[in-house]
Design a binder for this molecule. Sequence first.
Ligand SMILES: *Cc1c(COP(=O)(O)O)cnc(C)c1O
Length: 388
Amino acid sequence: MNSDRTPGFGTNAIHAGQSPDPSTGAIMTPVYMTSTYVQEAPGVNKGYDYSRSHNPTRTALEGNLAALEGGKHGLCFASGMAAIHCVVNLLQSGDHVIAGNDLYGGTYRLLQTLYTKFGMETTFVDMTDLAQLEAAFQSNTKLVMLETPTNPLLRCCDLEAIAGIAKKKGVLTMADNTFATPYLQTPLALGCDIVAHSTTKYLGGHSDVVGGALISNDLELHQKLMHFQNTCGGTPGPMDAFLVLRGTKTLHVRMDRHCDNAMQVAEWLSTHDKVARVIYPGLESHEQHELVKRQMRKGGGMVSVELKASVEQAKQVCSSFEVFSLAESLGGVESLVDHPASMTHASIPVAERRAAGLEDGLIRLSVGIEDGDDLIADLEQAIARSIT
Ligand SMILES: *Cc1c(COP(=O)(O)O)cnc(C)c1O
């Protein structure tokens, strides 16, 4: 291969950050189960001194994720929340954050129940409304935090426009790219400063590991984040890093199938008489479909459905599946269903949840990579059994 060639996404997914083990030729990055590293003389080492700070398996994953996001620097964490917490560590007492109003429940909790006690304040805005975003800036605003598509309403916001507004005000933008993955969109290329991930979801992809990551381009920013990573210590063990590294090798292949299945399911649900509304970024009926076409490669693997059902009926549907599993989380090869109001989003106060448009009859599907026809048959029987 011509060495000047920029590798494509699939080639990076499989190779970036990794090279055969120099001592054995092992093609897979070894799981370096070690806490410490022998030094030749005090302070003379091979770049590794203690595994909270650095571990070779983690280094490979950090390089891999950075390449996939089109960024220079990657950092890995023991969970998505540990990664997002690291970003919040950039702030100090008296600082102000602007965050999306239908943010991941755990991020909401971090900002609202933990960081307020350190004198940090957050304004939650509808990120699809740029005028509302602009109006929320204060002289002490230091960070904009957003997700797109959001969870669970799958609203999409304009990464380039938001990052541009924040940049003009000298404010950092963090985009949580967990739902889209770098295969579908790359926020750094659109001007965001930090990309956050829960690698627990699509990047790991097999529902067998919890992890998180941050990717950035600015060396000074990266070094600050790395300092917090090492200081707070929320780093992943080598086995966890290995599992995510294994997952990313098939990210592009899995995402194509997730997206194709999700589209098939969304189109089928759109014609169902017990369905009030299907929310899927890939559908032309999606509120921000024009933006989606511009910003994302495909519509993603998540589909939200507002059923013409009472809370009890919606819960009954969730309990009636044979292929879909009723569980929190998302992004694994197997299809999952979630009832946000009683599960993932239960920690958001009811009034705020409803104000954000999150209805009690809403169910969220993480469409897996099984056969699409089997998923549709399962939806058909679960709805028929539960809503009469
Ligand atoms: C799951 C998730 C998180 C939190 O990640 P954990 O790995 O569970 O700590 C953050 N953001 C989004 C969008 C998520 O889906």
